[in-house]
Design a protein. Sequence first.
Length: 94
Amino acid sequence: SNPTKPFPICKRWAWCIVDEFFLQGDWEKELGIAVQPLNDRDKVNRPYSQVGFVEFFVAPFALATVRLLPPLIVCSDQMMHNLNSWGEEWASTA
């Protein structure tokens, strides 16, 4: 649910999750096995990873939910605001 929270909370949770992915990738490197794409701290752009997560996983579900439960539009509006914020962060790191 963190993509639908105010951006400071959303970002804090996203960083915790991405850090966990990176630890997994570090272990994969130590073991000499293939590192999964989102787990490689040397290749992943954090803001862009969140753009992809929201666009491909969260937004379709959230928008379908709003069709069934219109009062949840507040959550999808926040998600779209956060998506724009992630896009701005991504642009500033490129």
